[in-house]
Design a protein around this ligand. Structure first.
Ligand SMILES: [Zn+2]
Ligand SMILES: [Zn+2]
Length: 391
């Protein structure tokens, strides 16, 4: 006999939590207020365990099913951090902190997972345990990885992990994902070109690094169009270009270029990096300049596993208005990828309707998406941890 939960009441509360988080955005690991509120609510819901300070400021709640002899443990993850953006939504619950806002909808993700936790703690119609994971610093400081480094999977015995990210442009009530790579990996580069300064009226006596770097920039842009299989998604952008020249009559000594490459598979990623190195070295040699590339690896590829993706899709079919099982992967990166490297699982996109794009100062999470999110997480748990074995 399982207990009933008042889902309508939970959804109403979840919208209020969401708007409260929206009004009080916090960034990076500094999510003290949000994390405290999350822990407080999880305790109120009577989770079996609530642990704070995992990976600096992450929060974990454990909910055991009415039966748990299956010994299976499912992790559900939400992110809590906001962005350093000045909000322009004009919403009544707009950010009260100048220069910070929830422009990626993590306020919505946190509210959805809290709503799910409340529902599951009331109904407990599953055999096993659910671990709800609230992470800090998704945007650029790998808070998910910090939680893993703090022993997240081992301490809570997690077997598989799931997460959702809202997606503007995908209609409300829709869920989309696919098996395999779902979000990309990023690698950032800094290229330094050194030559010999001088007077532009006597270019033959100098070594014009600006011209050398410009040739590099154009040639780097041939990698995607000429070296990469047209079927493999890839992007390269040189986004910053600066010289040390202080006047129009001085040839620069050094030029610095920064940019990023985005890919969806390891082979293309390595190929892009190798070609970048070859072009930088080759062009520099052609003109007798010196050049070096320094790489910073971003988040890895987020790869959805089977049969977890099928389960995520089956759960979605039970609750969503429409399900796309062949979603176009995004080249944006997401640090849930570290959890997907550690354990099999799946990330799905949740429709946010016709809102502004993520990271836009006019973006807002749509509270109507909470219902689909809570229903999806809950139905996924009941599907993966059936209360009664099928016969
Ligand atoms: Zn974001
Ligand atoms: Zn995000």
């Amino acid at each position: 006999m399982t207990k009933q939960a008042d889902l309508a009441a939970i959804l109403k509360e979840a919208a209020a939590w969401r708007q409260d988080f929206h009004r009080h955005p916090e960034t990076g690991y500094d999510v003290t207020r949000t994390a405290r509120r999350v822990a407080e609510l999880l305790q109120q819901f009577q989770c079996d365990e609530v642990v704070e300070g995992v990976g600096q400021s992450g929060v974990v709640g454990v909910i055991r099913g009415a039966a748990h002899e299956s010994g299976k443990v499912i992790g559900l993850r939400a992110d809590m951090d906001a962005l350093p953006i000045l909000e322009e939504t004009g919403a009544p619950y707009a950010s009260s902190i100048e220069g910070k806002m929830h422009a990626c909808g993590h306020d919505g993700h946190t509210a959805i997972l809290l709503g799910t936790a409340k529902y599951l703690a009331q109904t407990r119609a599953f055999n096993g345990s659910v671990v709800v994971i609230f992470q800090p610093a998704e945007e650029d400081a790998a808070g998910g990885k910090a939680m893993l480094d703090d022993g997240l999977m081992e301490r809570f015995g997690i077997d598989e992990v799931y997460a959702l990210h809202n997606l503007p442009g995908l209609p409300l009530g829709h869920i989309a994902t696919r098996s395999g790579p779902i979000m990309g990996t990023s690698d950032e580069f800094v290229i330094t070109v050194s030559g010999r300064g001088g007077h532009p009226a006597s270019p033959h006596k100098a070594l014009d690094t600006t011209m050398v770097a410009a040739q590099m920039l154009l040639t780097l842009n041939t990698i995607v169009s000429r070296n990469i299989d047209p079927h493999a998604p890839a992007a390269l952008g040189v986004t910053m270009f600066s010289t040390d020249s202080k006047a129009s009559n001085i040839i620069a000594q050094t030029v610095r270029m920064e940019g990023t490459i985005r890919t969806l598979d390891r082979t293309t990623r390595q190929h892009m990096k190798d070609r970048t190195e070859e072009i930088v070295t080759g062009v520099a040699q052609t003109f007798g300049a010196e050049a070096k590339v320094i790489w910073t690896a971003g988040y890895p590829i987020a790869e959805n596993a089977e049969p977890q993706t099928s389960a995520a899709l089956d759960a979605a079919r039970q609750v969503a208005l429409a399900v796309d099982d062949n979603a176009l992967p995004l080249l944006q990166s997401e640090d849930f990828s570290y959890m997907l490297e550690a354990k099999p699982g799946a990330l799905v996109f949740l429709g946010n309707g016709a809102s502004a794009m993520l990271h836009d100062p006019r973006y807002d999470f749509d509270d109507k998406a909470i219902e689909t999110g809570v229903n999806w997480f809950s139905s996924l748990v009941e599907l993966r941890l059936p209360a009664w074995p099928a016969n």
